[in-house]
Design a protein around this ligand. Structure first.
Ligand code: NAI
Ligand code: MG
Length: 509
């Protein structure tokens, strides 16, 4: 709508802009990224063709050995095709990792190992722009996040663990440490490069070798990392990257010569892995789902809390295991907070992940979009009230408007189950005891948030809440020096910080 203001009676100036906020498009350039037409498997420092040679049909081992497409979820266009590793290919990768472990990596002085890990960190920084663009193209997340969060945090993880490599005697005073051997690492699609960094950096810094599998919808930044690793002159076989879907993951889990499994993904697959390795000597860390409670007390700074809630659930389209997907608001301020949240989601910009103004990008896959829609229907059928932003959505690709539900009951499925999308369930409470009981009443226990002016309340809440991470007056903050991991069905083991070294070491005396 053009706005007219009158200057003088005889002279009016027409202001030619929309009175509601809008930004001119500011897309990042795709030309700053090189994506090959086809990627092979990265085994023993080289690119190796998959052994089958048939067209891949994911998860069908009799057909595997070919290539499958990875697409851009924002427009459904093919970006590249990547190899699907079958059991024989995974075996090749594990053998390479074993040989590198016994012949080279285990014996190398720790301070020499550290130099490689440090170099990988520096090379990620050098290629940060390209990595961010590829991350947004392949997975749908806004460039602002991949540029400002995923890629720098990935580099920081390598940097941080490079520092520990030759200081393990200080990390575990008076103890002797020993690496485990070959680690099989399986990662999801929500933070593809960052999860690869979380897994690879502590493993190789502590003297282990790795076979890593990225998720089938987001393999490209892990393959770029393979290029970086090759360029870094890391001894061949120390890191092997094999692509594929669940069957490839299962081949890693079931391989007899793997000493440790590190998995991040769904609770269902976490349970399958636990059953598969029961009775073997394999160690495991599992980082699974979540249904984080974000709690706002009436004495909290409301605007700051609202912004934190928005960041907590709409960040990365809600594809975050620690997303603040359950909001508990104290009854006295509920009306005010809900109004502010509704206004705020109306102003979120949904669209092209490569646009620097975008707040919410594309949902990672058609399958995930279907899961989210299923939960929107469940929420409505359960009697909750749904509110969505009125924004328009692009015609192609996978999209979901930022959504919130009010009138939610604690027993509703949208308050109990992980949705993994930009969907917030809002509940109310009166007392501290009530909200602690409700917050802890969940099969999960990965993270939580507390918003209050009182320090004593924060300490009381963090002590009583069964969650691996509790953020106070902030949300979704990460640092390589800070451990992360869950309780209950959110898994076990910690990643990050000094704690993150332990799953890759035996303390021998
Ligand atoms: P998923 O658990 O199937 O996928 C995660 C990784 O595990 C992928 O690399 C996949 O190829 C691999 N995988 C699948 N089946 C396997 C098996 N039998 N053995 C070994 N590896 C296997 O997750 P999916 O289906 O992509 O998402 C389903 C739900 O899981 C989401 O809606 C969300 O609720 C949750 N999820 C949680 C994540 C987290 O960060 N904790 C990440 C991704 C999904
Ligand atoms: Mg993709």
């Amino acid at each position: 709508m053009a706005k007219t203001i009158s200057k003088k009676k005889s002279n009016t100036i027409k202001l030619n802009f929309d009175t509601s906020w809008s930004y001119a498009p500011a897309p990042e350039s795709k030309s700053a990224a090189t994506i090959n037409k086809q990627y092979d498997l990265f085994i023993n420092g080289e690119w190796v063709k998959p052994s089958g040679g048939k067209p891949a049909r994911l998860n069908d081992d009799s057909r595997s050995g070919g290539y499958f497409d990875t697409i851009n979820p924002a427009n459904e266009e093919k970006l590249s095709e990547v190899a699907e590793a079958n059991v024989a290919d995974v075996d090749k990768a594990v053998k390479a990792a074993r040989t590198a472990y016994e012949k080279v990596w285990k014996k190398m002085p720790a301070k020499e190992r550290a130099k490689y890990v440090f170099r990988i960190s520096r090379m990620i920084q050098e290629k940060a722009r390209e990595l961010a663009i590829i991350e947004s193209l392949d997975g749908g997340k806004p460039i602002r996040e991949s540029r400002d969060f995923d890629v720098p945090t990935a580099a920081n993880h390598f940097f941080y663990y490079a520092g520990w490599a030759d200081k393990l005697e200080y990390a575990f005073p008076n103890r002797k440490t020993e690496s485990l051997g070959v680690a099989g690492q399986i990662i999801p699609w929500n933070f593809p490069l960052l999860m690869a960094a979380w897994k690879i950096a502590p493993a190789i810094a502590t003297g282990n070798t790795v076979v890593l599998k990225p998720a089938e919808t987001t393999p490209l930044t892990a393959l770029k990392l393979a290029e970086i690793i090759q360029e870094s002159d890391l001894p061949p076989g120390v890191v092997n990257i094999v692509t594929g879907a669940g069957a490839t993951g299962a081949a890693i889990v079931n391989h007899p010569d793997i000493n440790k499994i590190a998995f991040t993904g769904s609770t269902d697959v976490g349970k399958i892995i636990q059953r598969a390795i029961a009775g073997t000597n394999k160690k495991a860390t599992l980082e699974l789902g979540g249904k984080a409670a974000n709690i706002i007390f009436e004495d909290a700074p409301i605007d700051q809390a609202v912004e934190g809630v928005i960041n907590g659930i709409y960040f990365n389209q809600g594809h975050v295991c620690c997303a603040g997907s359950r909001l508990y608001v104290q009854e006295s301020i509920a009306k005010q907070v809900i109004k502010k949240l509704r206004d705020r989601i109306e102003s979120l910009i949904v669209g092209d992940p490569l646009d620097k103004n975008t707040d919410i990008g594309a949902i990672n896959s058609r399958q995930q979009l279907e899961t989210i829609h299923k939960y929107l229907d469940i929420g409505k059928k359960e009697g909750a009230e749904m509110y969505q932003s009125s924004c328009s959505l692009p015609g192609r690709g996978f999209w979901c408007r930022p959504t919130l539900f009010t009138n939610v009951a604690q027993s509703n499925r949208i308050a109990q189950e992980e949705i993994f999308g930009p969907v917030l369930a809002i509940l109310t409470f009166r007392t501290d005891d009530e909200v602690i009981e409700k917050a802890n009443n969940s099969p999960y226990g990965l993270s939580a948030g507390v918003w209050t002016d009182k320090g004593s309340k924060i300490f009381n809440m963090t002590r009583r809440m069964r969650a691996g991470v509790v953020w106070a007056n902030t949300f979704n903050k990460f640092d390589p020096s800070s451990p992360f991991g869950g309780y209950k069905e959110s898994g076990f083991g910690r990643e990050g910080g000094l704690h993150g070294l332990l799953p890759y070491l035996n303390l021998v005396n």
